[in-house]
Ligand binder design. Structure first.
Ligand SMILES: Cc1ncc(COP(=O)(O)O)c(C=O)c1O
Length: 420
C-alpha cells in the first residue's frame, strides 16, 4: 500500500463491487457528493427502496386487507422473502430467522425465553459499557423479575490502561462464575471501540458451565462474517438500519437456534402472529406456536417495513456476502494504513482504539484524538465528511463496502492530515 491518490484509484478500479455504489442514493451538498462514513449508524437508502414500498402501497390500494392473501405478492408470504438472504448474512438456517419488532424489544423477548434464573444459577455476564439501551434493558428487565441488577450482572471490561476487552478475560470470568452463570449476553461488535468479539469461544465457554449465550449484533449484522448456527449460539438480535440499510427505525430481527423451536417448555411472550400458521385464523383459545423462529412473533408484521429491508437485502444477494465482507476489511485496512502514515508525521495524535486484525474488527474504525479532537471533527464536517463524535474524544468512521470508495478513504485521510 502507499498513500497516493493513484493507489486509491487503483484499488477502486480493481474492486469487484464498484458498481454497487450506483444502487444507493449518495447525499449531495452544493453539487458535491458527501463522504458518508456513517453506515454504522444509518445505512444509505437504496435507489430501489421507494419502488418496493410503492408496490406494497399499490397492493393496499387495490385489495385493502385482502392484500394479505391476494395480489402479485400476498403479504402473508412477505416474511419468506427476507429469511434466505438474512440467513446467508448471519450464517443460520432460514427457519432460525424471524423479522419482527426492533432491537431493544427483541432483547427483552429473548431474555424472557433464555434467562431463567433458578437457585444459585442467576448471574448474567455482559460487556462493561454496553450500548445504553442494552444496559437499560438489563436494569428494567431484572427489576421486573424482582431481582437486583447489581447482584445479577457481572460486567467484564478492558484492563486498566487498555481499550479493548481481552477474550481471555471474558472466558476466565465465565469459568470463574461457573454454576452461578445463567446467561452471557454480549455484543458482537462494541459500538464505541469497533472491537469484534470471538462469539464461538464465548458460546463454548458459556455452554461448558451450563449457561446460555446470546449476542446483540447491531454492529455486526451485514458487516462481518457470522456463523451463528455453526457456533451453536442460542439466540441473537440485531437492527437493520445500520449495515443492512433498511431505513430509519427499520424492523429488527432475531435468530433462535432450531433446538428451541419444538421445545414445549420454553417460556415466551406470545401473540397471535406467532401462532401456528395453518390454524391461526381459527382464533382458538390456547397458544400453539409455529415451529420455527417465527413462533416468537407477537404482532401483525408491516409489509411496508419489510419491503424496505427486502430492497436492501437484494443488493447483498447480488454482491454475495463474502465479497462484501472482503471489501469491508480491505477498506478498513487501507484506512488504518493511512492513519498510521499520518501518525508518523504528527507525533501520534490519533490513537486507533479498534484492533487491527481481521478477526477483531469490522468496517468501523474508532480514533481517540489526543489533541484538538472537536476542531478536527468540525473541519471534517465542513469538508463534507459524515463521521460521528463520541464523548469524550472519539471520532468513529465506517467506510462500508457497498457504497464507499477507496478514494473517499484517501480524501478523508488527506483532510485529517492537512488539519493536523
Ligand atoms: C449495540 C446496540 N444495541 C442496541 C441498540 C438499540 O437499538 P434499537 O433502538 O433499534 O432498539 C443500538 C442502536 O444503535 C446499538 O447500537
Amino acid at each position: 500500500m502507499n498513500n497516493s491518490l493513484e493507489f486509491a484509484r487503483t484499488l477502486d478500479a480493481a474492486d469487484p463491487l464498484r458498481a454497487a455504489r450506483s444502487s444507493f442514493i449518495i447525499p449531495v451538498e452544493n453539487g458535491r457528493e458527501q463522504i458518508y462514513f456513517l453506515g454504522n449508524s444509518l445505512g444509505l437508502q437504496p435507489k430501489r427502496t421507494a419502488s418496493y414500498i410503492d408496490k406494497v402501497m399499490q397492493q393496499w390500494s387495490r385489495h385493502g386487507v385482502e392484500s394479505f392473501f391476494m395480489g402479485d405478492d400476498p403479504w402473508i408470504n412477505y416474511h419468506g422473502h427476507l429469511v434466505k438472504p438474512l440467513s446467508n448474512i448471519l450464517g443460520t438456517l432460514p427457519q432460525e430467522i424471524v423479522v419482527m419488532n426492533q432491537l431493544t424489544v427483541n432483547l427483552h423477548l429473548m431474555m424472557v425465553s433464555f434467562y431463567r434464573p433458578e437457585g444459585q444459577k442467576r448471574k448474567i455476564i455482559c460487556e462493561a459499557k454496553a450500548f445504553p439501551s442494552d444496559q437499560y434493558m438489563f436494569e428494567s428487565h431484572l427489576k421486573a423479575l424482582g431481582l437486583d441488577p447489581d447482584d445479577i450482572l457481572i460486567e467484564v471490561g478492558p484492563r486498566e490502561g487498555e481499550h479493548i476487552i481481552r477474550n481471555e478475560d471474558i472466558i476466565s470470568m465465565i469459568h470463574q462464575t461457573g454454576n452461578d452463570l445463567a446467561l452471557v449476553l454480549w455484543g458482537g461488535i462494541n459500538y464505541y471501540t469497533g472491537q469484534l468479539f470471538d462469539m464461538a469461544s464465548i458460546t463454548d465457554a458459556a455452554h461448558s458451565v451450563g449457561a446460555k449465550a446470546g449476542f446483540d449484533l447491531a454492529h455486526a449484522a451485514g458487516n462481518v462474517m457470522l456463523h451463528l448456527h455453526q457456533w451453536n449460539v442460542d439466540f441473537a438480535c440485531w437492527c437493520s438500519y445500520k449495515y443492512l440499510n433498511a431505513g430509519p427505525g427499520a424492523v429488527g430481527a432475531a435468530y433462535i437456534h432450531e433446538r428451541y423451536h419444538n421445545d414445549q417448555n420454553i417460556h415466551r411472550f406470545a401473540g397471535w402472529w406467532g401462532y401456528e400458521k395453518e390454524t391461526r385464523f381459527l382464533m382458538k383459545k390456547g397458544f400453539v406456536p409455529m415451529r420455527s423462529a417465527e413462533g416468537w412473533q407477537l404482532s401483525t408484521p408491516s409489509p411496508i417495513m419489510m419491503a424496505s429491508m427486502r430492497a436492501s437485502l437484494e443488493i447483498f444477494e447480488e454482491a454475495g456476502f463474502a465479497a462484501v465482507y472482503q471489501k469491508g476489511q480491505l477498506l478498513s485496512d487501507y484506512l488504518l494504513f493511512l492513519l498510521d502514515d499520518i501518525n508518523k508525521s504528527s507525533s501520534s495524535m490519533i490513537e486507533v482504539i479498534t484492533p487491527s486484525s481481521h478477526n477483531e474488527k469490522g468496517c468501523q474504525i474508532s480514533m481517540l484524538m489526543h489533541k484538538n479532537g472537536k476542531e478536527i471533527f468540525g473541519k471534517l464536517s465542513r469538508e463534507g465528511v459524515y463521521a460521528d463524535w463520541r464523548e469524550p474524544n472519539v471520532i468513529r468512521v465506517a467506510p462500508v463496502p457497498l457504497y464507499n470508495k477507496f478514494e473517499e478513504v484517501w480524501h478523508f485521510a488527506e483532510i485529517l492530515r492537512s488539519t493536523i
